[in-house]
Write a protein that binds this ligand. Structure first.
Ligand code: ARG
Length: 459
């Protein structure tokens, strides 16, 4: 047990207490951020004349050595230390002696951990964003090739109106585009440096906080030292954005599972992204999509967990805040893994265009267009709705689509129908007539693809 704060104590910490209190098993994840934060801190201390240049050089060389050795595996981070901050400081003192004891001048673990977490999350926000980009690229690729691939659009999981695969994929493009925007927003809002907040009330040393912030790539220092050490809003925002990504991925997974089912066969998941059954030799299961859908719960759990942890904490730092790590780290790993796997599954998935088109032809997805035909011939919409309803009943009885019903049967129910009804309700017409912005027609979808391409160039 190596503790930074033994001076005031007369007894050894109880073993169980030590274990319960320690965070090294999970905060070792940001050893690099901790070391880089310390390097910036001593650089600033030397600039301000609080440390000598020689002390600064000694400390930085020592810290660089620790960083290199941990990276190469030469130096192991063990539970001999309470947390990553103690590990780095103790190793530094071992290596460089007395100069190392000056590292923590004008700093508290409270502002140190606030900094480490921010530096770490800042990197993760960028990594998440890069994976969102991969998803968007995979989706856009499918859109470009399927502007005229007809399929049924659903409401209530009942066939509703015909759309195209490009249109359906476009809906997901919009969702993940918003996820990208959220990453940009979070980054911009969180990018202030808490170092120099001290334990809660700043310090009496003449720190140049703006300089430290600049060295670490922040837009500036946090403006209130109490808030600096106790703000975890940015992390909650990030977990909320991750939850949103998982919600999108989970809905997408649900659709892939349905499309991949024996009944639909709209898609075939590549062998590399499917798994078999130990007993049923014929099975090829969509386990990846199911797992993505299933893992959504634990990401929501991290968000809910931190919201609940934070709601009762008085200012400023309290140890409860150490709970901002394990579940969030798991949520980050989970979401990144899911994004990566889903994009891979999407890129290798085969779409069965014939099956989708055949499905769109059945289920009366053109019934609205038949009603619109009547409206264009002067029949009020409510009456047209009733007439087509009767036609649908008739077709259900005959087990045929509206396209195959003879004209005289149409005319028996409404004399307004003429030969051109077949053209008006053909799949192609149904989709191609829908040409308003955002609709499935080729024209608006081509415009969408063009604008998305530009969007990706500027990503
Ligand atoms: N392990 C702690 C955390 O993650 C570091 C800060 C400890 N500060 C303290 N005053 N005990 O929050």
């Amino acid at each position: 047990m190596a503790q930074l704060w033994g001076g005031r104590f007369t007894k050894e910490t109880d073993q169980l207490v030590y274990k319960f209190n320690a965070s090294i098993s999970f905060d070792q994840r940001f050893y690099e951020q901790d070391i880089k934060g310390s390097m910036a801190h001593v650089t600033m201390l030397a600039k301000q004349g609080i440390l000598t240049d020689a002390e600064k050089e000694t400390i930085i060389t020592g810290l660089q050595g620790i960083l290199d050795d941990v990276k190469s595996g030469k130096l192991e981070i063990t539970d001999k230390y309470e947390d990553i901050h103690s590990f780095v400081e103790a190793n530094l003192i071992d290596r460089v002696g007395d100069a190392g004891k000056k590292l923590h001048t004008g700093r508290s673990r409270n502002d140190q951990v606030a900094l480490d977490m921010k530096l770490y999350i800042r990197d993760e926000v960028q990594e998440t964003d890069a994976l969102i980009k991969e998803m968007l690229e995979a989706i856009l690729g499918i859109m470009e090739n399927n502007l005229e691939t007809y399929m049924p659009g659903f409401t209530h999981l009942q066939k509703a109106q015909p759309i195209t695969l490009a249109h359906h994929m476009g809906a997901y493009f919009e969702m993940f585009k918003r996820d990208h925007e959220r990453m940009k927003d979070i980054y911009a809002r969180m990018n202030t440096c808490p170092l120099g907040s001290g334990a809660l009330a700043g310090t009496t040393y003449p720190l140049d906080r703006a300089y430290t912030a600049k060295l670490l790539g922040f837009d500036g220092p946090t403006m209130n030292s109490m808030d600096g050490v106790s703000d975890r809003d940015y992390l909650i925002e990030y977990l909320s954005a991750l939850s949103m990504i998982m919600m999108h991925l989970s809905r997408f997974s649900e659709e892939v599972i349905i499309w991949n089912s024996n009944e639909y066969k709209f898609v075939e998941i590549d062998d590399a992204y499917s798994t078999g059954s130990s007993i049923m030799p014929q099975k090829k299961n969509p386990d990846i999509a199911e797992l993505v859908r299933g893992k959504t719960g634990r990401v929501y759990a991290a968000l809910t967990g931190l919201l609940v942890t934070m709601k009762g904490i008085p200012l400023a730092y309290n140890k409860d805040m150490q709970e901002d790590k394990e579940l969030p780290f798991d949520a980050i790993d989970t979401t990144k893994g899911c994004l990566q796997l889903f994009a891979g599954m999407l890129r290798t998935m085969t779409f069965k265009n014939d099956r989708m088109e055949e499905s769109a032809k059945h289920g009366f997805t053109n019934a609205t267009d038949a009603a619109d035909y009547l409206v264009n011939h002067g029949v009020p919409f409510r009456d047209a709705h009733g007439i087509v309803g009767q036609l649908v009943l008739l077709c259900l009885d005959k087990k045929i689509p509206l396209d195959d019903l003879p004209l005289e049967e149409y005319k028996k129910i409404s004399p307004v129908f003429e030969e051109d009804i077949y053209e008006a309700i053909s799949l192609k017409t149904c989709v191609e007539k829908r040409n308003t912005t955002g609709a499935p027609g080729v024209k608006p979808m081509q415009e969408a693809v063009d604008s998305y391409k530009k969007y990706m160039e500027e990503y």
